[in-house]
Design a binder for this molecule. Structure first.
Ligand SMILES: NC(=O)c1ccc[n+]([C@@H]2O[C@H](COP(=O)([O-])OP(=O)(O)OC[C@H]3O[C@@H](n4cnc5c(N)ncnc54)[C@H](OP(=O)(O)O)[C@@H]3O)[C@@H](O)[C@H]2O)c1
Length: 255
């Protein structure tokens, strides 16, 4: 994380100044979980014209405030869910690297590290990925593959549908709740995984960081990739923050 806390301008609901820690204080996402699945928030970044990647990465459309909010959201959840494509491209490692931040999680009644949940139907992951090579990380892989990964330093377990059945994310989220005690999930994408989560009504909130840049549409990806959604998903604005012309919107998804 960038060393000094960035002060963001709060534009809505009431004007003011907040750090990432202050903006997210009191989030209490676990309290919002229903009986049958964890509460799920999605955190994504895109340019003003909707590109979710530039040259296949997000780094150039992020800024210090974005990185601080990204990491601070991890302070508030039982689990971080991410697609195999993002784990590979963004070289995911231990989710909370700073011991002081792990202590803050513990003080909040959470495990020091969030559970890392990786969706990979085909199990296209290799043990040398930094997350899997980290002995401190606990990883649950959602997969249809009957195989296990080769020996990993991380503690890895699997959630699989019954043989011959499709992987259903609603069922997987319910099992994360009952089998792993997960009450709150932060999904960090990517666009392909979002295509399954959003139409199934499995996302409760969207944290969207809007970069002050235009990337053009040729070859660009949006935060929800592939086929158009059968119906637009409605959003209700909760708050809006700003830093260096980057906007940070928190939306509730309308059922
Ligand atoms: N703008 C942002 O905020 C943001 C956020 C994250 C990532 N990204 C960017 O997006 C790109 C990576 O995203 P991506 O869309 O290619 O990949 P992704 O969504 O991270 O991962 C896709 C993979 O996840 C697995 N998967 C997807 N849906 C699944 C389902 N319903 N059940 C089980 N497994 C499922 C499949 O893995 P298998 O193929 O192994 O079966 C699939 O190939 C990178 O360029 C990254 O930088 C941007």
């Amino acid at each position: 994380m960038d060393a000094l806390p960035v002060v963001l301008r709060r534009l809505l609901p009431e004007p003011g100044s907040v750090t990432a820690i202050e903006a997210l204080e009191g989030l209490a996402l676990a309290d919002l979980a229903s009986d049958h699945r964890p509460y799920v928030v999605l955190n994504m970044v895109a340019t003003a014209d909707g590109a979710a990647t530039v040259a296949h990465r997000t780094a150039s459309i992020s800024n210090p405030a974005d990185r601080q909010l990204f990491h601070e959201l991890r302070m508030h959840v039982d689990a971080v869910l991410v697609g195999a494509g993002t784990v590979r491209t963004e070289r995911y490692g231990r989710l909370v690297r700073d011991p002081a931040h792990r202590e803050r999680r513990v003080a909040r009644g959470l495990a020091p590290d969030p559970l890392a949940v990786v969706a990979s139907r085909r199990l296209t992951l290799t043990p040398e990925l930094p997350l899997l090579a980290d002995p401190h990380s606990r990883v649950v892989v959602l997969t249809t593959s009957a195989a296990d990964l080769d020996e990993c330093a991380a503690r890895v377990s699997y959630l699989r549908p019954a043989p011959g059945e499709e992987l259903d994310l609603a069922t997987m989220l319910a099992r994360l709740r009952t089998e792993h005690g997960v009450r709150s999930v932060l999904c960090e994408g990517g666009p392909n995984l979002n295509t399954s989560l959003l139409p199934a009504g499995l996302v409760d909130e969207l944290f969207l960081s809007i970069a002050p840049a235009l990337a053009g549409s040729a070859g660009a990806r949006s935060i929800v990739d592939q086929a158009p959604l059968a119906e637009p998903v409605g959003l209700e604005l909760v708050w809006l923050l700003e830093s260096q012309s980057q906007l940070f919107a928190r939306y509730l998804l309308r059922p």
